[in-house]
Design a binder for this molecule. Structure first.
Ligand code: 17E
Ligand code: FE2
Length: 433
């Protein structure tokens, strides 16, 4: 397959890209591949896509979502307090009615929304605090069924705790034996601080025993005394496995005092662990016990990036107890995150695209097979925009999603006409600085 006349992020000019046997085989200035007489022309028209000057990016990544809870908002009741904790309570009621088909049907719809909008890599937490592990069984089946279209990592996630839940550790281990890729945790939700520390020991032991990655829901609370992230980072550092460990949410870091954060940053840098913020969800959940001023619910993303720590954005929720309105649009997540973190300098917006692409791929440990580079899997998306800045500004649609050299999704961008007495004209919403 060949994709002609595309733009690349932070590079001048137009390019043609060739994918052979599912792998990028050439990236050259526009026209040059077409002129080379020795090069075999693609045999069918369908094998050439005219990129029309659109921006090409590697596929979007969602490094943090809960597919098992997707599309359950309001079941059995709406989250009236808007807190994390009421969400967990309501979900624990809904969880009792789960069947494999119920989970698979809801998650399949969410996956279609991802694929339609250029996401090809997802890490989903799956609640293991269920003696039958119904959601996990369903998502393990689905992971296989959709692997031609989207890669899914599954996290064994103990929503109601490890020591705080009957047989919590055994259920986690069972989930890993069944095929979960990542070990999860939720230390701030355990009954005591001691249980929180014990849960982290269990997480690291399981990850070492089964050779898995780690991604912990960590300090997702407005309590400035919730400091499990320092333990996660230290355990990762002492085992030299920081690049395999992620701390998700870490919203308490928003409330830590600056002197403590100053000390903490040194450790975080040394440890090499990754961070995922879920800006839409945590702007919604955090600060709910505040009056005014209300705290923002996002961890210190610009400061982490400044310190050289890898960080990225996830969606977290698709129409569920914790946020009722998202729909797998990673540019919407990025836009919200940049606003919520006050990252609105030109460079922050322009480089912000890394927060839903490259940085997330690194967090998922898939960086060796990710990116538009010769020899890597031929996966890319085209956007209805010429630049990253403009794509982020108006959340441009993904017009094409290509995976291993095959078109797997296409979208016709909206066309808008203005009508006047003297005639009609098309209006473009694009703006290129
Ligand atoms: N569970 C949790 O502990 N935290 C969240 N943000 C979600 C589920 C969505
Ligand atoms: Fe989460």
């Amino acid at each position: 397959m060949r994709i002609d006349n595309i733009r690349l992020h932070d590079q001048q000019g137009l390019f043609d890209i060739e994918i052979n046997d599912g792998v990028f085989s050439a990236i050259s200035p526009a026209g040059s591949l077409r002129k080379e007489p020795s090069r075999k022309e693609p045999s069918r028209d369908a094998d050439v896509i005219d990129g029309n000057g659109q921006l090409a990016l590697p596929p979007f990544v969602d490094p943090h979502v809960h597919l098992d809870t997707a599309l359950t908002a309001g079941e059995p009741v709406w989250n009236r307090s808007g807190t994390l904790f009421e969400g967990i309570q309501n979900w624990s009621e809904r969880k009792k009615t789960l069947t494999r088909d119920d989970v698979k049907q809801r998650a399949s719809k969410a996956l279609e929304w991802y694929i339609a909008q250029g996401v090809q890599h997802v890490r989903s937490h799956v609640d293991t605090t269920d003696p039958s592990l119904t959601a996990l069984h369903g998502l393990l089946e689905l992971r296989e069924e959709v692997k031609g279209l989207i890669d899914i990592q599954l996290v064994a996630f103990p929503q109601e705790g490890i020591p705080s839940y009957p047989k919590g550790a055994e259920l986690m281990e069972e989930a890993l034996k069944l095929g979960a890729d990542v070990v999860g945790g939720i230390p701030h939700f355990e009954y005591t601080r001691e249980y929180g520390l014990e849960s982290l020991k269990t997480v690291f032991e399981l990850a070492e025993k089964y050779d898995r990655l780690i991604d912990i829901h960590c300090d997702e609370i407005d309590d400035d005394q919730s400091r499990f992230v320092e333990t996660v980072a230290t355990m990762a550092l002492e085992r030299s496995m920081g690049h395999r460990v992620t701390a998700s949410h870490t919203t308490a870091m928003h409330s830590y005092n600056n002197a403590y954060v100053f000390k903490l940053m040194r450790l975080l840098k040394h440890s090499g662990i990754h961070f995922i913020a879920n800006p839409v969800t945590n702007l919604n959940l955090q600060g709910r016990m505040d009056t005014y001023p209300k705290r923002r619910g996002i961890t210190r993303i610009p400061e982490l990036l400044e310190a050289g720590v890898n960080a990225c954005f996830g969606q977290d929720d698709i129409v569920d107890q914790w946020f009722p309105m998202q729909g797998c649009n990673m540019l919407q997540v990025l836009f919200t995150g940049l606003v919520g973190c006050q990252m609105t300098g030109f460079d922050q917006i322009n480089q912000g695209i890394d927060l839903i692409t490259r940085n997330s791929a690194q967090c998922l440990n898939i960086q060796d097979s990710y990116g538009i580079d010769i020899g890597k899997p031929g996966n890319l998306i085209l956007l209805d925009s010429e630049t990253v800045f403009d794509a982020v500004r108006r959340q441009a649609s993904v017009t094409h999603s290509i995976r291993h050299g095959k078109l797997i999704a296409s979208t016709k961008p909206a066309r808008t006409m203005l009508h006047r007495e003297n005639g009609s004209k098309e209006v473009s919403l694009a703006y290129t600085l």
